[in-house]
Design a protein around this ligand. Structure first.
Ligand code: NAP
Length: 286
């Protein structure tokens, strides 16, 4: 493999260590740890696993957890009442509503009910709008993690040709805006993009979030590019794999992130980062 590895697991560990120190400073100043409310509705085993790993990471970073596991029969009104309670609780600085929600609940209504001041996931339209303006407060965790991963290489984003594959509201669009804010020249691609391989080959920074196993092949990658793989897919054998065909692409890239052990751990670390940042803001420490 020619490319150097962007080790998301190791980077996330560094972030958690820094946050543990910052949480201790918040506790010393206010008498309260930074607090995250986690809300999970229903029995989806993957969602239970995600929330558990987020809570474990919070523990390691000195963050207080207010854990809510609600039955699938929970009504939207009940869920909104719980969110309002957490919005008003001074011990809570971030609120995580684990997606997907059961079909009878409107996710958009629920996510907009979270106070923009406690929007640790960065999904609220107010925070999205702040990002569009170029004055972000809470930034969505996955794209924020991707930016930290690029920065960890020591390569400057400014002036680079960046291609973002995928235009979802939680990854592609906010990531493109974050790159733009850092002065990259950004192209966003999607399922209707014409001659996608040619566009990808222009990229010095290739950021991939489409949800198609091993979609990006070596012929789509410019020599020396930094390639970050957000995708999480299952191979026919049931193994986790990304959107990038890792081995051949790593022969052309200068830096590459793996799946697993890449963007996933950094996404969780950024949820903690947003929570601690929110607690510091509330305590007048920023
Ligand atoms: P999404 O909402 O399904 O969006 C996928 C995007 O990819 C869409 O914009 C779609 O284009 C585009 N796309 C699909 N097929 C394409 C193709 N053949 N050529 C070009 N573009 C194509 O997905 P998402 O929520 O952004 O997630 C993307 C991947 O990242 C998934 O594998 C997800 O599991 C993973 N993910 C990982 C993390 C993490 O923490 N590791 C976090 C979030 C997401 P259209 O808009 O035209 O349909």
């Amino acid at each position: 493999m020619a490319a150097r590895l962007i080790d998301g697991k190791a980077l996330a560990l560094h972030v958690r260590e820094r946050l543990a120190t910052e949480s201790a400073a918040v506790l010393a100043k206010t008498g309260m740890k930074p607090g995250l409310a986690t809300i999970l509705v229903g029995d989806d085993p993957a969602s239970h696993l995600y929330v558990k790993s987020k809570q474990k990471a919070c523990d390691a970073a000195g963050i207080y957890i207010d854990d809510h596991k609600l039955p699938a029969s929970t009504t939207q009104t009940e869920l909104l009442a719980l969110i309002e309670k957490e919005n008003l609780d001074p011990r809570i600085h971030g609120i995580l509503v684990q997606l997907p929600l059961p079909k009878h609940i409107d996710s958009k209504v629920v996510l907009e009910a979270v106070s923009p001041n406690k929007d640790a996931d960065g999904f609220h339209p107010y925070n999205f709008g702040r990002l569009v303006e170029g004055h972000p407060v809470f930034e969505a965790c996955t794209p924020k993690g991707v930016i930290k991963m690029i920065e960890s290489t020591g390569v400057s984003i400014e002036g680079k040709r960046a291609v973002v594959l995928g235009r979802s509201n939680i990854v592609g669009k906010p990531l493109a805006l974050m790159l733009l804010q850092r002065h990259a020249t950004v192209t966003i691609c999607h399922s209707k993009t014409k001659d996608l391989p040619a566009v990808c080959r222009e990229a010095e920074l290739l950021l991939v979030a489409i949800g198609k196993a091993k979609f990006v092949t070596a012929d789509m990658v410019r020599e020396g590019a930094i390639v970050i793989d957000v995708g999480t897919n299952k191979t026919p054998e049931g193994k986790l794999c990304g959107d990038v065909d890792f081995e051949p692409v790593s022969q052309k890239a200068s830096w590459i992130s793996p799946v697993p052990g890449g963007v996933g751990p950094m996404t969780i670390a950024m949820l903690l980062d947003n929570t601690v940042e929110s607690a510091k803001r509330a305590a007048g420490m920023l």
